[in-house]
Design a protein. Structure first.
Length: 356
């Protein structure tokens, strides 16, 4: 009996003496865009503000690639430029671009290796958490390896874990950079390969599906022609496509709901909403999959949904596209969701059952 106990104790201590235990470092990601969204609302951005904010803070999760955060910051600045180059929106977008991303293993998170579209983001890169290993990046890559040096730099970041907005070093685990730094740290840095532009660049995680049929479409900004900035993915009906929310500057092209695919789009959106109604925060999911759970935007991370609430007056819903086959997932008002589905000729309300 005593021998068995000693063996058990030895096995229990093995991970501590051998490979260090790794813990996930996360944050309340929606806090990262709160001040940007507030500035956007004040500038007259309307519903686009929440849609772009949700798309942006979702890139701080572990699943998105190393440039997704920068792409979202570009989208934030794109919108700011349509609102008289709103300085607060630009400043908070610059700070957001430097917010640490979730680390699944307490290791440093790789840096983006491409230039941003907007010169305002030139030379900016994310800080790291104080709990991150400064010598090893996610995936076991040591400093000096691929993705461990920010784009445009020729040597590792010094001090380790710092960023232009917080040059003294990394920030406390789970905190928000925007709460401790109001200066983005931009000092005349420009993007050598990209001029100022307001052309949107949708960047999204891979599309996943609820049904067994694979998606067959491409991502396109404001495909439904309604001026909104929700993620919109074209696909051939009746495939029900779940897509991540991505942001774009609204298109000025007119919309129409009289296309031959309009009805099937409405019915596909209803089918999605009916499936969303059965989901809970503990429902199983596929990595990177986006959905609506109890009226909130949800993204699947490590097999579980991470829930992010929409603004107080909005709810998460699947909507039909207007200019091409497919659906979109976004935060919207209940009345707008019902109106869009009804405009396709689909009957039965939001989920095809008369629900509101």
């Amino acid at each position: 009996m005593q021998f068995t106990t000693l063996v058990a104790l030895a096995l229990a201590s093995a991970p501590i003496q051998g490979v260090p235990l790794r813990k996930r470092i996360s944050q309340t990601i929606s806090d990262s865009t709160t001040q940007w969204e507030r500035a956007c609302d004040a500038a007259g951005g309307g519903a686009q503000c929440n849609q772009i904010a949700v798309a942006a803070f979702s890139t701080l999760l572990a699943a998105p690639g190393p440039c997704e955060q920068q792409n979202s910051a570009d989208n934030m600045i794109d919108l700011a430029k349509t609102l008289s180059n709103n300085p607060d929106m630009i400043k908070f977008a610059q700070i957001f671009a430097q917010q640490p991303r979730n680390s699944p293993t307490s290791q440093s998170v790789p840096y983006c290796q491409s230039a941003p579209r907007n010169v305002e983001l030139g030379g900016l890169y994310q800080c790291q958490w104080q709990g991150d290993d400064p010598k090893t990046f996610v995936g076991g890559v040591v400093v000096g390896g691929s993705g461990t040096i920010p784009f445009g730099l020729s040597a590792p970041v010094s001090p380790s874990g710092s960023c232009p907005a917080n040059p003294s070093g990394p920030i406390a685990d789970g905190t928000q950079l925007v709460d401790i730094a109001q200066n983005p740290g931009v000092g005349g840095t420009s993007n050598p390969t990209s001029g100022k532009t307001s052309t949107p660049n949708i960047s999204a995680t891979p599309t996943t599906t609820i049904s067994s049929a694979p998606p067959t479409g491409t991502t396109d900004p404001d495909e439904d022609g309604d001026g909104d900035c929700e993620d919109e993915t074209t696909s051939a009906p009746p495939t029900v496509t779940l897509t991540p929310t991505a942001a774009a500057v609204p298109s000025s092209s007119p919309s129409s709901s009289s296309n031959s695919f309009s009805l099937s789009n409405g019915q596909a959106a209803q089918k999605l909403n009916a499936q969303f109604a059965t989901l809970t925060s503990t429902s199983s999911c596929t990595e990177g999959e986006n959905a609506c759970v109890n009226g909130s935007f949800a993204q699947c991370v490590s097999g579980s949904f991470v829930i992010q609430a929409c603004a107080s007056t909005l709810t998460c819903a699947a909507l039909p596209l207007v200019n091409s086959p497919g659906t979109s997932i976004t935060c919207t008002t209940p009345s707008d969701a019902l109106a869009r589905i009804a405009a396709t000729g689909a009957t039965g309300g939001l989920a095809g059952s008369g629900s509101a």
